[in-house]
Design a protein around this ligand. Structure first.
Ligand SMILES: [Zn+2]
Length: 386
């Protein structure tokens, strides 16, 4: 039911007149810090470009910036037409992150764009740089902290959050436990939120428990691709304070209404989380794009409008109010990506926690629900959550 709701220009207008003074929380965009309240309507998980070649071969030499910008620009103009004001780019280093392209797109469209630091451990560590195996959690964290404090690759462009990923449906490996610990150290030093690509309940629960043991509040952690987990595990993580990111929303005509991954399925999961009192912890996005490096003119591209064309109308038809929509697409992203320290209790950083058997099938409390991330990948443009 494509009716392209133009809800947001109206909401943005309303917000502009009732912004609460003194709310000085900030986010870090590629053009520097702005007040989080200036983000407006936000796409909280998308991609401009991705390079799947691997950490040992990727680099700025692999793509033509002008070609990428020209290919992506029309899709950005489309979303500004829907009232979008901020775009969170989830492409990590060693997988096609190019802050210079993001800065140019921001300057040419007026969109606030936030990039990230961190390393991506999923897909058998293909996108992890060699030195990450040798270096300690502290050393890795210092690299990410340095980007936040001094800029990326000698530039003034800084990351606004930490993006990591771990292996799907498995206990945390030693390397991925180290990456989570590095993210904890970098959060404590910078206040950057940790967004973790996490497929399935087991690695989600292990990360929440590990972060808490390191003194980090789950409020500083985004379960990216939480749609891969059961409702029970989503609710468990939300009760712990975590952000629940449902981020592969797209209209897939090959799915029947209500089938896992369909628009109706997402609306149902959002409704269940809302009814459980967690509407202020939900992030929703497409995980769309992107310019695929190495493919002619970047290959197939999935635009960023299905939220406006399909999901929001579905929510409004199922009892959600304009205020709920504002909460989901404006207020929640603002708070989720604020640069702000979020600690929990007395935690310990520095190795010994790991002696308490976080690794290799450790005896954590049972994983609620039965998480089988069988998000269908049958049809055309749909890609696995990234
Ligand atoms: Zn993604």
């Amino acid at each position: 039911m494509k009716n392209g709701i133009l809800l947001f220009p109206l909401i943005t207008l309303l917000l502009a007149c009732c912004h609460s003074p003194g709310d000085d929380a900030v986010v870090m965009t590629v053009n520097g810090t702005i007040l989080s309240s200036e983000m407006g309507v936000t796409l909280s998980h998308e991609h401009v470009m991705v390079d799947w070649i691997g950490a040992d071969s990727t680099g700025y030499h692999r793509w033509d910036r002008t070609e990428v910008v020209e290919r992506v620009l029309p899709y950005f103009q489309e979303i500004t037409g829907h009232g979008v004001q901020a775009f969170i780019d989830f492409t990590p280093a060693y997988l096609g992150r190019d802050p210079f392209i993001l800065q140019e797109l921001s300057q040419r469209t007026g969109l606030q764009i936030i990039t990230n630091t961190g390393y991506y451990g999923a897909v058998e560590n293909r996108f992890i740089p060699e030195y990450a195996y040798e270096e300690s959690a502290e050393q890795l964290a210092n690299r990410w902290i340095d980007e936040f404090e001094n800029g990326i690759d000698g530039s003034e462009l800084r990351p606004g959050f930490i993006k990591i990923s771990v292996a799907s449906n498995k206990p945390l490996s030693e390397l991925h436990g180290k990456i989570v610990e590095a993210a904890a150290i970098a959060h404590l030093e910078t206040g950057m939120t940790i967004a973790s690509h996490t497929i399935g309940g087991r690695p989600a629960v292990e990360q929440v428990e590990l972060l808490k043991s390191l003194g980090i509040s789950p409020e500083a952690w985004i379960w990216t691709h939480a749609q891969s987990g059961s409702l029970e595990t989503n609710l468990w993580a939300a009760r712990e304070g975590a952000w629940i990111s449902l981020d592969n929303v797209h209209h897939n005509p090959q799915l029947t209404a209500g089938e896992k991954g369909s628009i109706e399925w997402y609306a149902e999961r959002i409704t269940e989380l809302k009814q459980a009192g967690h509407i202020e912890q939900i992030l929703i996005s497409h995980d769309a794009g992107w310019y695929s490096v190495g493919e002619p003119n970047g290959g197939d591209f999935r635009g960023y409008t299905d939220l406006f064309d399909y999901l929001i109308p579905e929510l409004l038809n199922n009892g959600f109010t304009g205020e709920d929509v504002e909460q989901l697409f404006i207020k929640n992203p603002q708070r989720a990506f604020e640069i702000r320290l979020r600690t929990a209790g007395k935690g310990e950083i520095g190795g010994h926690d790991r002696d308490r058997g976080w690794r290799s099938g450790s005896s954590l409390e049972p994983i609620p629900g039965n998480d089988s991330p069988d998000i269908s990948t049958s049809s055309g443009m749909h890609r696995d959550p990234f």
